[in-house]
Design a protein around this ligand. Sequence first.
Ligand code: HAM
Length: 416
Amino acid sequence: MSERLQVPRGTYDVLPDDADARVALEKTARRILGGAGFRRIETPAFEYTDVFARGVGASTDIVQKEMYTFDDGGGRSVTLRPEGTAPICRAYAEHGMHKLPQPVKLWYLSSFFRQEKPQAGRFRQFWQIGAETIGSDDPAVDAEIIALLATLLAELEVAGLRLRIASLGTLEARHAYREQLQAHLHARAGELSEDVRSRIDLNPLRAFDADHPGTRAVMQDAPLLLDHLDADDAEHFATVRELLDRAGIDYTVDPTLVRGLDYYTRTVFEFTSDALGAQSAVGGGGRYDGLVAMLGGPATPGCGFAAGVERMLLASARLPVGPPPVDLYVAFEHPAQRAAAFAVVDEARRARLNAQVELAGRSRKGQLKHVERLGARYVAIVGDDMTMLKDMQAGEQRDVAANEVVARVLRDRGMR
Ligand code: HAM
């Protein structure tokens, strides 16, 4: 016998129970986001590598070590998408969406790929539900994005939810601040971890993320970006907070909030859940006013969120759900009646009943046992002359002609 093969490390099969929970999650997201005016978008699973190198940022962990990059067969580098925001901004520019009424509101449920070390809640192929509002720098956009994710997570009954927000200001304000932070880090370089020290010039902000005790001590009196916002950015952030306050959304302002993507400007946020382990971030996002332009489009502001499907499912108290109820199960006395039974179940499905037919050659007794397992509401047992139709809930049964079964069930259920 040959070796039994398994899924690659960091990936998993979505089995039927999980698939049911995902469908329920998708339905909830579609209702909330669709209802708020977001339209579904789907971009390809791979893009030219430049979309991420330019969009996500060359100094980020994602671009430096987590992308699955390969040749497209014609000498051009392509990458399995590690995230959805840069591809959607690429699509916005490519399809001239700036000509539509602004802002353009888009949502997605897609799979993403990052070569990270697998652990609970962290996969190499994972799914996100995301929403992007492109074409307006109104602070109400930021507040709406945060509020919609808060509503989604509340509907899923995600336990122990916490929201942290901050503002990174504009790129210019951030550059000025970055120099101050670098000076602080260089002055105390001896106390920093090797990793942080080697990246002072490349990505000093990541130092806020470190677990290393020496680095943490240095960061305690590091200058904070929030204290260095210019007047416009500070006002923008104050309005976002005011809107969240008015909507009764709890949050803490965390000046050390670091997101792993470089395209952010102004508002950033992250929701964590106590129900998750070390990978506690259930969803996050922020504003990216320079991204569309970085990808070759017109200067266009934008703001969005993405939430991990696996993490929402892990932390949700409401999901999963079972398969849809079975309205009618069609059994038969002898194999000779299989064709008649098949015709009945086909008619039932055309009439929009959830119907199943015996497929495993069970005995009559075996079929009835299977009906119980399925919890079917009606069972029809096709016989030589008549078909016995039983309402399993009411316990009533009667003999009808095979071609009357569906009409009977529909009438009984008041569907006609
Ligand atoms: P992100 O924080 O990198 O943001 O990912 C968003 C969410 O995806 C995380 O909070 C987490 O729940 C989930 N996630 C990320 N990596 C993994 C993984 N390896 N395994 C399982 N789940 C994971 C973004 O991707 C941005 N595009 C969000 C955004 C949208 N910003 C603006 N618009």
